[in-house]
Design a protein around this ligand. Structure first.
Ligand SMILES: [Zn+2]
Length: 231
């Protein structure tokens, strides 16, 4: 029996570390995988030439599209909010949209809930309550995801985490073995060139991950962990 998995993330590249293996495994086993991303990640840093994309958000969305294809994602949806950034102050909103942390909870959750209903989602994956390492957009993604699940009546909600690092190991309810999918996970990470390439000054953590020897990468990223949400 096949089922539908919806994964909700804040930015392009957030699908990699905590959920890419689970998505690839679900797709490979014949299930439908939908990835919904709140922002275009336009406030990330890179020295990569933007070329025809013109702005970083468009470039990062093209990288996300490639990553999603590698992982077997059937449908990729952007909610179109602006990246809220990681600095001490949330920048002013662009002229045409608001930053994700400023989006009213029920507006953003309502849009995600509509996708959950359209897809008859069986499982929703969201950030853990602390937003993993605590980026404001990731915390908001948890809040929006949890509210959307309530609105749509999606009862199986898994919160992606890393035991000990992001949350107590005692809270983990699911460990997914994704060792067969670490190669595709690594390729998907590499698709985010602007953030994972040392040559263009990408995100330090992602650059380090991609620089790991494949065997070490496989050892570190062969499991993904989730906390089942209690209602
Ligand atoms: Zn992020």
């Amino acid at each position: 029996m096949s089922w539908t998995l919806v994964v909700f993330q804040a930015h392009p590249d957030d699908e990699i570390v905590l959920t890419a293996g689970t998505m690839a495994r679900a797709a490979d086993q014949g299930h439908r995988v939908v990835l919904v991303v709140a922002t275009d990640g336009g406030l990330g840093r890179t020295r990569l030439e933007l070329g025809p994309y013109g702005d970083l958000g468009r470039l990062r969305w093209s990288e996300l599209t490639k990553s999603a294809g590698l992982l077997g994602v059937h449908r990729l949806v952007g909610l179109g909010y602006a990246d809220s950034g990681a600095g001490p102050v949330v920048p002013a909103d662009p002229a045409d949209r608001c930053r994700f942390v400023r989006a009213p909870l029920d507006e953003a959750a309502g849009r995600l809930a509509e996708i959950l209903r359209q897809e008859c989602a069986d499982v929703l994956i969201i950030d853990d309550p602390g937003g993993g390492y605590g980026h404001r957009d990731h915390v908001r993604a948890h809040q929006v995801g949890a509210r959307a699940a309530d609105l749509a009546g999606t009862t199986c909600v898994l919160q992606a985490t890393i035991p000990v690092v992001y949350s107590s190991a005692r809270l983990v309810t699911h460990r997914i073995d994704v060792r067969r999918y670490v190669a595709v996970k690594r390729s998907a990470l590499a698709a985010h060139v602007s953030q994972s390439s040392r040559a263009v000054g990408g995100d330090r953590m992602l650059v380090r991950c991609l620089a790991l020897p494949p065997l070490v990468f496989g050892w570190l990223f062969g499991s993904e962990w989730f906390i089942g949400r209690k209602r």
